[in-house]
Ligand binder design. Sequence first.
Ligand code: NG1
Ligand code: ZN
Length: 510
Amino acid sequence: MDLTWIKSYSKLHPKPEGLALQYGTAGFRTHAKHLDHIMFRMGLLATLRSKKTKSTIGVMVTASHNPEEDNGVKLIDPMGEMVTAVWEGYATQLANAEQDSLLKELKDVIEKEDIDMSEPASIYIGKDTRPSGASLSRAVLDGVSSLGGKTHDYGLVTTPQLHYMVCCCNTHGCYGSPTVEGYYQKLSQAFLQLSQNASNCTDDQKRLLVDGANGIGALKMTEMEPFLCSKLHMVLSNDSSSGKLNHMCGADYVKVQQNAPQGMNMGVGERCCSFDGDADRIVYYYTDSKGCFHLLDGDKIATLISTYLKELLTQAGLNLQIAVVQTAYANGSSTRYLEDVMKVAVCCTKTGVKHLHHAAQEYDIGVYFEANGHGTVSSLKRAVRLLESTINLINQTVGDAISDMLVIEAVLAIRGMSVQDWDAIYTDLPNRQLKVTVSDRRVIDTTDAERRAVTPEGLQDAIDSLVKKYKTARSFVRPSGTEDVVRVYAEADTQENADRLAHEVSLAVH
Ligand code: NG1
Ligand code: ZN
């Protein structure tokens, strides 16, 4: 097969010699200036994946919670899922091929996967609001068209919206219609239907303050609001015209700093939420009358949703197995509550929703959330009428801040719960997350769903003896898959002790 023309196309998107990047927790991510060749090559790879699966493949240009200067790219498989580990390997292989060997590596993938190059290819593309997004998504388009693939560029969309489009297209409309209007219609109809079960919501109860992280989420909420027929009154802040993406705002900032975002005018007790940069994460919070900040993170969201679903199953007399999937970052209190009080199965996987998603699919109903607010519900196998609207409201392909927000709002309204009632389900153990910069974060290798370090030698022993000094304490370290840092997490009986333990463990990492 003659593909020599790829050589001249790829010269328009040259790879800086020696630069090596990995397909990480959520695709490639680094400073936008290093990504042009990666985008072109992911266009090539997506085209091969489309030919191989005889389906539409998605390419999302985003760096989610990372700083505005960064960007990234992730591939979306036919049912809206993340690509498989083998194809992640191909992605890294193509990304790191020097200019002269790109064609050889491309042919290697074609051969290994036995791809029929005469098959047509179809690629859906989307991007978040980063300034670098326009030229980087053009590089993806170049990659696709150089292999003769067809593209549909959705422009500015949230990551979950693109997952939804890909799933709609490959299920020939069964999941919904592959347009942003189709997405708004599907979610809002389910929300309105579900909300009918909530009695007499006051205007105060309908009010929700939303921090859009100065990103795509804010833009899309504005588009969606008319579809919600005044059943939810959103007050937007950090809505992209006013400031820098993710800077002092957004879900990651709020979760890690355990503090309110800047630019939000919060009244005492008011229900607030923050999206991240591509609107696949959401966290809730409020401040009490003493000015104390209360965070309701992914663990609390998983608890709220799984409790509600369990109740519906009982009411419907359905004997379905429900489980909650978490990661090492899940607050110890949430795990204890789910297992001991709620009596649901809890399982722990590695960081990154792709791992949680697969584990959740082992159960009849799998509720999965990372502590940072990224998650959804999957595997809803035998739905009954009562569950139908809840199911329709959930984007089953991937964690989706907008859909999660609507589910939470509906469940709170139906159960007549305030954000404070929800918060009181269990009390979080005080915790702290820190980032440590080291010369090579890859020297840390982990096991047991990333809760224990295998290398470097002695590190885990050092952590174990530090943890022993504190009550109800837990700590672990792992290399980040999206930033060039090592992440340290610690929990203990008091905030002071959690901070101290995190600090001591950071010193052990150096
Ligand atoms: P890394 O950088 O690998 O820790 C972060 C989040 C993940 C996931 C990805 C993708 C934490 C501790 N880690 O991964 O949970 O959401 O980004 O966005 O929040
Ligand atoms: Zn995200």
